[in-house]
Design a protein around this ligand. Sequence first.
Ligand SMILES: NC(=O)c1ccc[n+]([C@@H]2O[C@H](COP(=O)([O-])OP(=O)(O)OC[C@H]3O[C@@H](n4cnc5c(N)ncnc54)[C@H](OP(=O)(O)O)[C@@H]3O)[C@@H](O)[C@H]2O)c1
Length: 330
Amino acid sequence: MNNETKTNGDPVERGVGRRKFLGVTIGGGAAILAGGSSVLFSTASNAAASAGADSVFKLGGDLPVNRLGFGAMRITGDGIWGWPPNRDEALKVLRRAVELGVDLIDTADAYGPETSELLIAEALHPYPKGLVIATKGGLTRPGPGQWVPNGRPEYLTQCVEKSLKRLRLDRIDLYQLHRVDSKVPMEESLGAIKKMQEAGKIRHVGLSEVGPEEIVRARKVLPIVSVQNQYNVDNRRWDKALAYCEKEGLGFMPWSPVGGGRSLRSGALEAVAKSHGASVYQVAIAWLLARSPVMLPIPGTSSVTHLEENVASGKLQLTPAELKSLDAAS
Ligand SMILES: NC(=O)c1ccc[n+]([C@@H]2O[C@H](COP(=O)([O-])OP(=O)(O)OC[C@H]3O[C@@H](n4cnc5c(N)ncnc54)[C@H](OP(=O)(O)O)[C@@H]3O)[C@@H](O)[C@H]2O)c1
């Protein structure tokens, strides 16, 4: 993947250089209807807007991505198993995401399994310049809805090779250890990933569902550029991991950013949504983007309408008082 390299050491840049989100390229004050909600888009020069989706985070200091990404787990079948019921819509979602300026797509070999990675390649290969596909390995799928960690080094080596083939890549930009396997020392799992990195098959490495102590341990084995943990306006279990990432300049990808299919319901969320003519999903994403400059939300959907609605939330500007009310809502 040919990603432009920037030399500035700050991992967060605002409103520079990247493919712009669709909302930013249109004139100031244009109202866009997305998914039945009406979020007012503002100009690219608007400081609050540029603190959201239009800011760039550099993974590992050299791999820039727009901060609002897309999670490709929901383009699979029921129970994250098999092919999606509407394959055409899944392909459209992927293509539309890129059209809208999304350049960070998260997936995993376990989604389907395999089908999410295969659909990404089918929809988007040859990949546009700068598109970062972040995949994961180390969580197996004995059946629909079942997830079993496997961090054995030989298994992970095989996972990387197979993801490369399915994604039709020579090198994976971001490879994430999906789970730390309690039966295998983390150092051994990461040792295998390190070897694949040294062989040029992986650019950067990330972790998933880990706290600060595990991140520190992992960083003794190899450089870690991102952490992907469950986190949203209702669930702040990983606040300490987020604080660590912010301090150390690692990307933090919150999974289930809009509740993971379970509705996010709080009075504060609904009140803020109502005052902006936005949906609670949009407010949940805008809150995440405002929460930390290292936050890289990856909302997932199987629907183009929901995708458009979610991407539009990058331009939703929340006031300090609204952010405070949402901070208190967990
Ligand atoms: N590292 C990990 O262990 C891990 C675990 C889970 C997920 N992930 C990653 O994180 C990504 C996001 O997580 P997630 O999919 O669990 O949670 P999510 O993005 O919070 O929620 C997705 C669910 O919300 C619905 N949805 C999304 N936008 C909507 C909208 N605007 N209006 C109405 N419904 C909407 C989707 O349904 P529709 O399809 O109907 O829109 C889907 O059921 C995944 O795609 C995956 O890449 C990682």
